[in-house]
Design a protein around this ligand. Sequence first.
Ligand SMILES: *Cc1c(COP(=O)(O)O)cnc(C)c1O
Length: 360
Amino acid sequence: MSRVYNFSAGPAVLPEEVLREAAEEMTDYKGTGMSVMEMSHRSKPFQEILETAEADIRELMGIPDNYKVLFLQGGASTQFAMIPMNLMKNGVADYIVTGQFAKKACKEAQKYGKIHVVASSEDKTFSYIPDCSDLPISEDADYVYICENNTIYGTKFKELPNTKGKPLVADVSSCFLSEPVDVEKYGLIYGGVQKNVGPAGMAIVIIREDLIREDVLAGTPTMLTYKIHADAGSLYNTPPAYSIYMCGKVFRWLKRQGGLAAMKEHNEKKAKILYDYLDESKMFRSTVDPKDRSVMNVTFVTGDESLDAKFVKEAKEAGLESLKGHRSVGGMRASIYNAMPVAGVEALVAFMRKFEEENL
Ligand SMILES: *Cc1c(COP(=O)(O)O)cnc(C)c1O
């Protein structure tokens, strides 16, 4: 059975090299006589896996020493609650709503404090990123929240908002490790790893130390307290051990590719191939404002729902998987994360050209 080109938004394609390594180590990890899934999280081999993973992500992203890296359970969505519970001092936060995940995070935060939506692109079905250069940031906002890459709508912040000195909190689930990042511009960066890094179920949180506090919101569960996990080095309880192991392998793979600068080049090359075709096609069109286009999630339509469905079905038959748009928006979406080779995007565009010729 050969592998397909998998354009799923998440869980998503992982580097084949990494999967093969993991397969090789499946029943006997480096002479331990057991799988990583079977070993104590307090054992020496696992300690080493965890420490190496942290060191590698620190190197890849250039994470300064005054930021902690936490490997946490509960995917990205648990952070929707954890962020307000841990970061609210004044009980006020500002949210920029550019898609469903930002909206969900905003709604969750409303349970814990006073939330201001300081910008939104919902008026045009989230097809653009609002101008965030001079927003009415609340005087007493504990943080300003964004979803940096909007997985469902295919938009990305090309410039970070001017938070007027307030800590910026960013959900980077679908653009994690896709390009170099200036960590110091953020108070907290987090992402679910199943989009661009590893297996589902884990979030990586990169948080500036001064935002890790003891006096969190009353009633905050121990497991949802950053300080607990930070003090325990992500080993307060059993961590998502296999997910950490797989992410560690992906970090190593990224380093072998030349790090995040090389990834950015690789990703922009793929996105250009696809967007250039969309811009010239008479059948397909991009659904997003050109200035805000995501390099990771490319959304497009034909304008005819039945033709969209036919395209998705025939693409699947041709080995191009999971091109259906999110159930809330329809159309198509090609997620072209780090592990998607250029050949995958070329195969997609070749198929689209052929489909266009046959169906126009
Ligand atoms: C997928 C996704 C989430 C939700 O992730 P879960 O791990 O399923 O909770 C949140 N934010 C963004 C940007 C996503 O793409």
